[in-house]
Design a protein around this ligand. Structure first.
Ligand code: SAM
Length: 228
């Protein structure tokens, strides 16, 4: 079994079990501990930045968007609410189940976003914009290129990615380690060098248009918007 396959199986299992309970709480609005609250705030800033970029462009209602690794729908639901047509998918059926519940609460019984349980490598189709937030943390450097190139092939105009940047080094790695406590400690967290990610995007015919950085005490995420 290759590392990639092994990692993916562990990630899938994690987000269908302890990881699901943990991240559903972090991405929700109930009581959480201080570290989780800090991560919740940081993650929400990342989501808000992306929504703000897309709203500023003023054409959301014309866009088809693929949200790859959608989690509990934190991005997909507000984007659909703002008029975009959203296809949201995640490797974890538990995360997708929660996303569907949240979408029903927020939007009623409609088919936008369209949710599916899918590994992002198996996604097909063409979308104006492909977005993949905070998923690269589950990909070792050697697998990131294949993953990003696959998403790039689905994106007609734009690809938005966020990842934990490598520059912040060991302190962050240590802190990220705290996100995966208990029996799931084996789930690894990978940071990426921004220059590597940009190179991959450029090799796929994209150039960087907007960038942002979210940092709180325990959450770090570099956001890149790349366009054709
Ligand atoms: N993008 C969402 C957000 O920002 O709210 C969720 C981020 S969460 C940290 C990472 C998500 O990526 C989890 O829901 C996990 O199940 C999903 N994931 C990890 N590897 C994946 C893969 N290979 N294909 C699809 N989803 C994946």
């Amino acid at each position: 079994m290759t590392n990639a396959v092994n990692d993916k199986a562990v990630v899938k299992e994690y987000f269908n079990a302890t990881g699901f309970d943990r991240w559903r709480r972090i991405y929700g609005d109930g009581e959480v501990n201080k570290v989780q609250r800090d991560i919740r705030i940081g993650h929400q800033k990342t989501i808000d930045t992306v929504i703000d970029w897309l709203k500023t462009d003023g054409n959301l209602a014309e866009l088809s968007i693929c949200d790859a690794g959608c989690g509990v729908g934190s991005l997909s639901i507000p984007l659909a609410q703002a008029g975009a047509k959203v296809w949201a998918s995640d490797i974890s059926e538990k995360m997708v189940g929660e996303a569907k519940e949240k979408a029903k609460e927020a939007l009623g019984e409609i088919d936008n976003p369209t949710f599916s349980v899918q590994d992002l490598e198996s996604l097909g189709g063409q979308y104006h914009t492909v977005i993949c937030l905070d998923v690269l943390i589950h990909y070792p450097t050697e697998d990131a290129e294949k993953m990003i190139s696959h998403l790039a092939a689905l994106a007609q105009q734009r690809l938005i990615l966020s990842f934990a940047p490598k520059t912040l080094c060991l302190t962050v790695l240590k802190k990220i380690g705290e996100f995966f406590p208990g029996p799931s400690k084996t789930t690894r967290a990978y940071q990426h060098r921004e220059a590597d990610i940009i190179k991959i995007l450029e090799n796929n015919g994209f150039k960087i248009q907007r960038t942002s950085m979210t940092s709180t005490r325990f959450y770090y995420s570099r956001i890149l918007e790349a366009v054709r």
